[in-house]
Design a protein around this ligand. Structure first.
Ligand SMILES: NC(=O)c1ccc[n+]([C@@H]2O[C@H](COP(=O)([O-])OP(=O)(O)OC[C@H]3O[C@@H](n4cnc5c(N)ncnc54)[C@H](O)[C@@H]3O)[C@@H](O)[C@H]2O)c1
Length: 370
């Protein structure tokens, strides 16, 4: 199969959908790979690193015109719509419910669109979202530690403490992928760490994972109230699948936090769990409410595009290899996780939740497969 990797052109996007290791794996499997010149630049990957592994460096026109399978990171933007071709497979983050005009463009283009975010294993897990949650969770504490510095607006706290001075206190709301990764870094820095979750089995797993070195607490209003008063850094990491994040910390509760403490609400992309949080950007990441620094960056992995590129492609490559190796029909038949990823098949919306969000009736995937 011919696989094309365009440069990402959505403003601010620096990741790329394939690494040189991915090129090697695809070429070893006898596929042809075409990478747009400069595609890896944002992630500090040079064109020669791709071509050395057997890729062809090409123009954007050549990539879209020749590729049977397009690997991307972000959804196509308007200037890319006319480039999509009938029968072409597009494998990328799509978030179609948020961009109805893209859904129409994909239908008109008559291709096959497979969304990273809806690739779902039978146990309900989302393998192509998890790597970005790992990045965001780890970054949440690194960023929080930065903003706790006095010169950056914070209380002037070193999370590690020093001999004779206690470490800082980090409270993490939600013990899923983001929460556990945040706790790991906070613990590594030597902070005093608590995690709150409503799922007791999650708390058991966290207790096991960290050998009791993280305090686990049932998430309820009473316990949240208590931890907030002590926290130097509060990390929001709650997710209720398919719903807006529940507001667990009201603005009155924020007002009880210490002056100069920091809130990093990673769940801001789902509305956030802190009443006073709003989405911010990497260029202007923080603001202050009731003396508390608020960090609401909705695309945190973009701060570390190189790490994010490698983390994302580690997870996507096995699916790309399967699509290229078997062909899309056989691949989605064999792999139910990949089948869940199919959003649009030659003009038809086939993912039920996506169709629902667009106010359309979904066509069953089985009905469109030969
Ligand atoms: N800002 C960013 O750049 C960025 C990047 C990646 C992920 N995210 C977001 O981070 C959030 C968390 O993602 P995740 O992968 O860790 O999800 P996850 O499903 O792995 O974990 C969510 C956890 O929240 C817990 N939870 C639900 N309700 C709760 C409550 N009332 N109190 C405490 N805990 C509760 C769940 O039991 C679960 O353990 C999501 O909204 C995701 O979209 C944001």
């Amino acid at each position: 199969m011919i696989i094309g990797v365009p440069r990402e052109i959505k403003p601010g996007e620096q990741r790329v959908a394939l690494t040189p290791a991915g090129v090697r794996a695809l070429v070893e499997a006898t596929h042809r790979v075409i990478v747009e010149r400069g595609a890896g630049a944002g992630s500090s990957i040079r064109d020669e690193e791709y071509t050395r592994e057997g890729a062809t460096a090409a123009s954007v026109d050549e990539v879209w015109a020749q590729a049977e399978l397009i690997l991307k990171v972000k959804e196509p933007i308007a200037e890319e719509y006319p480039r999509m071709r009938p029968g072409q497979i597009l494998f990328t983050y799509l978030h179609l419910a948020a961009v109805p005009e893209l859904a129409r463009a994909l239908q008109t283009a008559d291709g096959i669109a497979i969304a990273y975010e809806t690739v779902q294993r039978p146990d309900g897990s989302l393998p192509l979202l998890a790597p970005m949650s790992e990045v965001a969770g780890r970054l949440a504490v690194q960023e929080g530690a930065f903003y706790l510095a006095k010169a950056h607006g914070g209380r002037g706290i070193l999370l590690a403490g020093v001999p004779g001075v206690p470490p800082g206190n980090v409270a993490v709301l939600g013990g899923g992928t983001v929460g556990v990764n945040a706790a790991r870094i906070a613990l590594g820095l030597g902070a005093d760490v608590s995690i709150l979750d409503i799922n007791l089995d999650r708390l058991r797993a966290v207790d096991d994972l960290f050998h009791g070195r993280v305090i686990t607490l049932m998430s309820n209003s009473f316990n949240i109230d208590q931890v907030l008063r002590r926290a130097d850094l509060l990390v929001g990491a709650v997710l209720v699948a398919g719903a807006r994040a529940p507001v667990l910390v009201t603005k009155e509760m924020v007002a009880t936090m210490k002056e100069g403490s920091v809130i990093v609400d990673v769940a801001v992309d789902q509305g956030g769990s802190i009443e006073t949080i709003r989405p911010t950007t990497l260029l202007d990441p923080i603001y202050v409410v009731s003396g508390v620094v608020h960090y609401g960056v909705a695309n945190m992995p973009a701060l570390v595009p190189r790490t994010s590129t490698f983390a994302l492609t580690n997870a996507t490559l096995p699916y790309a290899l399967e699509l290229a190796g078997r062909g899309v029909q056989a691949a989605v038949r064999r792999n139910p996780a990949l089948a869940r990823g199919v959003n649009v098949w030659r003009g038809r919306i086939v993912h039920p939740a996506v169709a629902h969000a667009l106010g359309e009736k979904a066509t069953a995937l089985e009905a469109v497969l030969d």
